[in-house]
Design a protein around this ligand. Structure first.
Ligand code: GTP
Ligand code: MG
Length: 305
């Protein structure tokens, strides 16, 4: 038997916030490497998840949603998303079937005009479980009139419909060459960052309105213990005293519940016992501190207006 020619490359997933990019990344990888919530702007930096398909290694680059930025953080997120697309071998634009061609999608299509020539850009219409097939065909036609996508896929990242076909296609599109990561690696993100993200996901799910957008989580210390468990200390930065009170909750019950949920997920991810300690700090100006961006995996200067 002859050895199969291996292939490997980067596949960037771009799209509006909430399109399902992180859900698709996790499904492709077969594990939760990127956090998911029903709220917009969940992902803040590029998250790499690694998947195998036949002889191809696909490095999925989950990116922050593309939207009209106002704050420094927003601008840095949008820059990170376009940067991820620029570095990729294949770009997949994800849109939500049930929302159609929104203003946000139109803005992204405009962005692709400047950027797209000589690049492989495919379209994935996601959440097809939410729309009738006639409407889906019309949407696909409209999108392909607006931009010459090299291929179009109709998928449900959550339920898995159409995902295998997309994966197989991608496997043939990445360039020939050796694999970029060891066979058993599924993510390229420091563990301390993954751990911080898990806590941020639980906070985002539990806190209302603007609060999730005004906090950040950092892993301060990670201690491996002799009994095989690990002790993780994390800091939650908020902007105001009032926010600290909300994150703590009545008698500390909110932060307790967040800690419990995050710890359970960490145990599953790491496969061992975890002691997680959360502390809330008021830091009114954290959105303007470059160190915070380094911790998030973002470029502070990308946020310059
Ligand atoms: N019905 C349905 N919901 C989906 C599907 N895919 C994702 N979702 C939901 O859509 C919401 C957003 O999913 P995410 O994966 O966080 O979206 P995202 O594009 O990464 O969002 P940002 O990180 O904010 O840019 C979540 O509530 C998902 O469960 C799908 O195929 N069908
Ligand atoms: Mg996301």
């Amino acid at each position: 038997m002859t050895d199969m020619q291996t292939r490997a490359g980067f596949v960037a997933l771009i799209g509006e916030p909430n399109a399902g990019k992180s859900t698709l990344t996790n499904r492709m990888v077969g594990a939760k490497v990127s956090i998911v919530t029903h709220k917009v702007q969940t992902t803040r930096a590029r998250i790499r998840g690694v998947a195998l398909e036949g002889a191809s290694q696909l490095v999925f680059v989950d990116t922050p949603g593309l939207f009209k930025p106002t704050r420094r953080l927003d601008r840095a997120m949008v820059a990170a998303a376009w940067g991820g697309a620029a570095d990729a071998d294949v770009v997949v634009l994800m849109i939500e079937a049930n929302r159609g061609v929104t203003e946000g999608v139109e803005r992204i299509l405009e962005g692709l005009q400047d950027f797209g020539e000589h690049r492989k850009i495919a379209l994935a219409i996601n959440k097809i479980d939410r729309i009738k097939s006639e409407a889906l065909l019309a949407l696909s036609e409209k999108m392909n009139e607006a931009y010459p996508f090299v291929a179009t896929f109709m998928i449900s990242a959550e339920r898995g419909h159409g995902v295998d076909a997309l994966k197989e296609w991608l496997a043939g599109e990445v360039p020939e060459g050796p694999w970029l990561y060891p066979e058993d690696q599924i993510a390229d993100l420091p563990l301390r960052m993954i751990a911080a993200e898990m806590t941020r996901e639980k906070l985002t799910l539990r806190l209302h309105q603007e609060l999730p957008y005004q906090l950040t989580v950092e892993t301060e210390a990670w201690e491996e213990r002799k009994d095989g468990s690990c002790k993780i200390d994390q800091l939650i930065y908020v902007m105001r005293d009032g926010h600290k009170g909300i994150v703590l909750g009545n008698k500390g019950e909110t932060i307790k519940a967040v800690g419990k949920a995050a710890r359970e997920e960490l145990v599953e991810f790491l496969g061992r016992k975890v002691h997680l300690f959360l502390q809330v700090k008021v830091r009114p100006n954290w959105l303007e501190e470059s160190e915070r961006y380094d911790e998030m995996g973002l470029n502070f200067k990308d946020g310059n207006s």
